[in-house]
Design a binder for this molecule. Structure first.
Ligand code: NG6
Ligand code: CA
Length: 514
C-alpha cells in the first residue's frame, strides 16, 4: 500500500516534470510568424465574430484552430497610431505627429530604436512587410519619388518590403519595393504634392464625369484621379507605376507568398498589411457583387479568401503546424469614409461593429476593440479568450517567447502577456488607454479601461461625426461604463459611482503624463 502511494507520488512528480519540460520546450520553439493586419475591419465583420449576413470561412477556420479573443485592442481608432504602437511598443499619443499621415509624410518611427521586426531579426528571423505602410518615408516631406527613398521599412527592421506608402485613397498610388517605386519610368517622373496641384492630371473636383466611383460630398477624395478614382493629394507622372485598384490585393498576396516560399526553410516573420476593407473599396472582378452587401462586403470576402490562400500555402509547404498566424485589424469599422460605394445602402442588416457602440475614429469600444485570432497548431489549443490584450503588447510578449531580452525603455508601454496570447491564461492586461481619432487625422480623446470599468473624461469634442455617421464618444460630461454588464456602452454610470470616476480620472492623468 505504502509502496504504491510512493510509486504514485513519484509518477506524479515525474509526470509534472515532464509536462513542465515539454511545455518549456514548446514555448522556446521558434515558430514562423505571420501577422495579418486588416484595415478598418470591425468587431462584427467576420462570421466567427457573429456576422450572419456574410460568411468568412477561412478566418472562421483559423479561429477554430486557435485562440479567438473577444477583448483585443489596437491602441487607437485610426491607422497610423495603431501601427506605430504595434511596431514600437509605445503608446502613439506620447509622440506628436503620430495621427493619420498624408502620403508624403516623413518616417515617424525612429531608426535607432527597438521595433517588433528588429526583435525578430535579433532572434535570427528573416523579416518582411508586405502591404499598407502609412508610417511615412524618408527624413522629410519633400522627397524625390524617382530615386531611392530612405529611411523606411528596411531601416526599422524589415529585410524586405513591398508596400504602398500611405493608404489606398492617398497619392502616390504606386507600389514600392524596398527603397524604390516599382515600374519607375525616367521619362515620366513622379511628383507628389499635398498642398497644391502638380501636373495636368484631371482631378475629381474638376472632372467628376471621369470617375468610376464618386467621392462623398465634403470628404475630400477629389484631388488627382488615378484609375478612375479621386484621391487625397496630387500627383503627376509615373503613369506606368500607378496601381489598378482591382489588382492591389492580389499583388500583395503574390508578394507575400513569394516571401514565404523563399524563406520557408528558414524562420521568418511576415507583417502582411492588407488594404481591405478600407476605402476606396474596389475589389477584384471575381469578388464584385459576391457578398450582396456592396463593395465593402465584397472586400471582406476578398480579405477572407486572401487569408485562405496563405493558409493553403502553409499546408502545401508543410509548415502550417509551426507557423503562428495572427489576424487582427488596425481600427474599427466605418461605412461611408469618403466614397459613394453603397456601403450604407446595401448593408442589408449587417452590423460591422457587432454590438459595440461607435466605430472607426471613436473612443467608444468600436474604435479599438477588434477581431483578434492567434493560431499556432503545434502549441496553441483552440479556445475563446476574454483576456484583455493589445497589439502593442506583442513586442514584449515576443521578446519573452524568443528569449530576446529588451530594456523597458525599448518598448515602454508593451506588456508581456504571452501566456494570454497563447491561450494559457486569461489574465491579459488590467489597464489600457484607448485613443479615439477624427477624420482630420488629429489625435483624439483618451479613455481608460481598468478591469471591467471604462472611463471617458468630459471634453468639448463633437459627439457625432456627420461625415462618417459615427458617434465619437465625446461628451461634455464624464462617462463611466461597466463593460462586463454593458459592452454596448449604453448606460452611463458616472453619476452613480463618483468614486470610481475620481479613481479612473486620476489614473488616466497619471498614465498619460508624457
Ligand atoms: C481620413 C480620411 C478617410 C481615411 C482616413 C485614414 C477624410 C475626410 N477622411 O482623414 O477617408 O483616409 O483618413 O484611414 O479625409 S486610416 O484607416 O488609414 O486611418
Ligand atoms: Ca485603418
Amino acid at each position: 500500500m505504502i509502496k504504491s502511494i510512493i510509486t504514485g507520488c513519484l509518477t506524479l512528480i515525474t509526470f509534472s516534470f515532464y509536462s513542465q519540460e515539454s511545455q518549456n520546450k514548446q514555448i522556446s520553439a521558434k515558430p514562423n510568424v505571420i501577422f495579418i493586419y486588416a484595415d478598418d475591419l470591425g468587431y462584427g465583420d467576420l462570421s466567427c465574430y457573429g456576422a450572419t449576413k456574410l460568411k468568412t470561412p477561412n478566418l472562421d477556420k483559423l479561429a477554430n484552430q486557435g485562440v479567438r479573443f473577444t477583448n483585443a485592442h489596437c491602441t487607437s481608432a485610426t491607422c497610423t497610431p495603431s501601427r506605430y504602437a504595434l511596431l514600437t511598443g509605445q503608446y502613439p499619443w506620447r509622440k506628436s505627429g503620430t495621427g493619420i499621415l498624408p502620403g508624403d509624410a516623413a518616417l515617424i518611427i525612429p531608426t535607432n530604436k527597438m521595433t517588433l521586426p528588429k526583435l525578430f531579426q535579433q532572434a535570427g528571423y528573416r523579416t518582411a512587410n508586405v502591404g499598407k505602410w502609412h508610417l511615412g518615408l524618408g527624413d522629410q516631406v519633400a522627397k524625390n519619388w524617382n530615386g531611392e527613398i530612405k529611411p523606411g521599412p528596411n531601416e526599422v527592421g524589415f529585410d524586405y518590403s513591398f508596400i504602398f506608402p500611405a493608404t489606398a485613397d492617398r497619392v502616390p498610388s504606386v507600389f514600392m519595393e524596398n527603397h524604390k517605386v516599382v515600374a519607375l519610368d525616367t521619362n515620366d517622373p513622379i511628383q507628389v504634392d499635398y498642398s497644391s496641384k502638380v501636373g495636368n492630371d484631371p482631378t475629381g473636383k474638376e472632372h467628376p464625369e471621369l470617375l468610376k466611383m464618386k467621392s462623398s460630398p465634403g470628404q475630400g477624395h477629389d484631388n488627382t484621379i488615378v484609375n478612375g478614382i479621386g484621391r487625397i493629394g496630387y500627383m503627376s507622372g509615373g503613369n506606368k507605376a500607378r496601381w489598378v485598384d482591382e489588382e492591389v490585393s492580389t499583388t500583395f498576396l503574390e508578394k507575400a507568398k513569394e516571401f514565404i516560399e523563399e524563406n520557408h526553410k528558414k524562420t521568418f516573420f511576415l507583417y502582411f498589411a492588407l488594404t481591405e476593407p478600407h476605402v476606396p473599396r474596389m475589389p477584384a472582378t471575381m469578388f464584385k457583387g459576391k457578398s450582396g452587401l456592396g463593395y465593402r462586403g465584397d472586400a471582406i470576402l476578398q480579405l477572407d479568401w486572401t487569408v485562405g490562400q496563405i493558409m493553403k500555402q502553409l499546408e502545401t509547404l508543410g509548415i502550417n503546424q509551426n507557423t503562428m498566424v495572427i489576424f487582427t485589424s488596425d481600427n474599427g469599422a466605418v461605412l461611408d469614409d469618403g466614397y459613394q460605394d453603397e456601403a450604407v445602402s446595401q448593408l442589408n442588416g449587417h452590423t460591422p461593429n457587432g454590438i459595440l457602440r461607435g466605430g472607426k475614429y471613436s473612443v467608444l469600444e468600436a474604435g479599438t476593440r477588434v477581431p483578434f485570432i492567434l493560431s499556432w497548431p503545434d502549441v496553441v489549443k483552440p479556445k475563446v479568450s476574454s483576456g484583455m490584450v493589445c497589439q502593442m503588447d506583442l513586442l514584449a510578449s515576443f521578446s519573452n517567447l524568443l528569449e530576446q531580452p529588451i530594456l523597458k525603455e525599448d518598448a515602454p508601454d508593451s506588456e508581456n502577456t504571452l501566456e494570454t496570447f497563447l491561450g494559457k491564461s486569461e489574465k491579459g492586461r488590467t489597464i489600457l488607454i484607448e485613443q479615439g481619432g477624427n477624420t482630420l487625422g488629429k489625435g483624439g480623446t483618451l479613455a481608460i479601461v481598468k478591469d471591467n470599468w471604462k472611463f471617458i473624461p468630459a471634453n468639448d469634442g463633437i459627439s457625432y461625426d456627420q461625415l462618417v455617421g459615427i458617434e465619437t464618444g465625446n461628451a461634455n460630461e464624464p462617462q463611466l461604463y461597466d463593460l462586463n454588464e454593458d459592452l454596448g456602452e449604453k448606460n452611463n454610470l458616472a453619476k452613480k459611482f463618483p468614486n470610481k470616476v475620481n479613481e479612473l480620472a486620476k489614473l488616466l492623468k497619471e498614465k498619460t503624463q508624457i
